[in-house]
Design a protein around this ligand. Structure first.
Ligand code: DC
Length: 229
């Protein structure tokens, strides 16, 4: 069957990664969580006290960073490796979430991420989720999906996920972090979060995981049938 590139973009915590992972699994495609790459860079910057507002410092630091994904047989998905260290759990920490949007707004960080992401898509058969995947990384992707969900639902979902790991977290803290990230991600100068003109909107506020997966896979089928005609 013909392999395509599928992009999923959208605001924070609207279920992009969950859907992308399930689509990749169903299609036997590679799933790439591009946000994990920006999170790993942020972790490196925090650990090494890199000032992400200083372009010269950022460029030097990026030379020391090697990012990779490692398939985890237990979770059935890929873990983020930062210089060969598995940082999959660490990069989900609130401290990283608080700074990742500022780091991801730096133009050198963006070039670094985008170049690697484009290489990963060379063989097609990939589902990548992020903010600028359909607009900047793969502007010619065959299927682009823009995922949205009601803001209150997004906060609730994210809160439940974080509360399971850290019972001290408050709803207010989660809400503030999501609003801040959405604002920075949408208003930054270099490849801001935008819906690509040719992206299909998937509002999953009132959909179950199964329903949204079924809808998205139907779109994939339609697209592949259209392409082989
Ligand atoms: O998907 P996520 O919440 O793990 O992403 C973390 C941050 O990384 C997000 O707030 C913005 C940034 N990001 C980005 O700028 N471009 C992408 N393609 C993916 C994520």
């Amino acid at each position: 069957m013909k392999k395509i590139i599928i992009t999923l973009d959208g605001y924070s915590s609207c279920g992009k990664s969950t859907l992308a992972k399930e689509m990749a699994h169903a299609l036997n495609y590679v799933f790439i969580d591009s946000g994990a790459m920006y999170r790993a860079i942020t972790l490196y910057f925090l650990r090494n006290h890199i000032n992400w507002n200083d372009d010269a410092e950022v460029q030097e630091a990026l030379k020391e960073i090697n990012l990779d994904f490692d398939y985890n047989t237990t979770t059935g998905t890929s873990d983020m490796l930062l210089n060969d260290e598995n940082v999959e759990v660490l990069i989900r920490d609130m401290l990283v979430s608080e700074h990742v949007s500022e780091v991801a707004a730096n133009q050198y960080v963006r070039n670094f991420g985008v170049t690697q992401q484009q290489k990963m898509g060379e063989k097609k058969g990939i589902v990548m989720d992020g903010r600028d995947i359909g607009t900047t990384v793969f502007p010619n992707a065959e299927l682009k999906i823009f995922v949205t969900a009601d803001p209150a639902i997004r906060v609730e979902r994210r809160f439940k996920e974080l509360f399971a790991k850290n019972p001290n977290i408050s709803v207010e803290e989660v809400k503030t972090n999501l609003e801040m990230r959405d604002y920075i991600d949408s208003n930054r100068e270099f490849s801001p979060l935008r819906k690509a003109e040719d992206a299909i909107v998937l509002d999953n506020s009132n959909l179950t995981r199964e329903e949204q997966l079924r809808t998205a896979l139907q779109w994939v089928n339609n697209k592949i049938n259209e392409l082989v005609k």
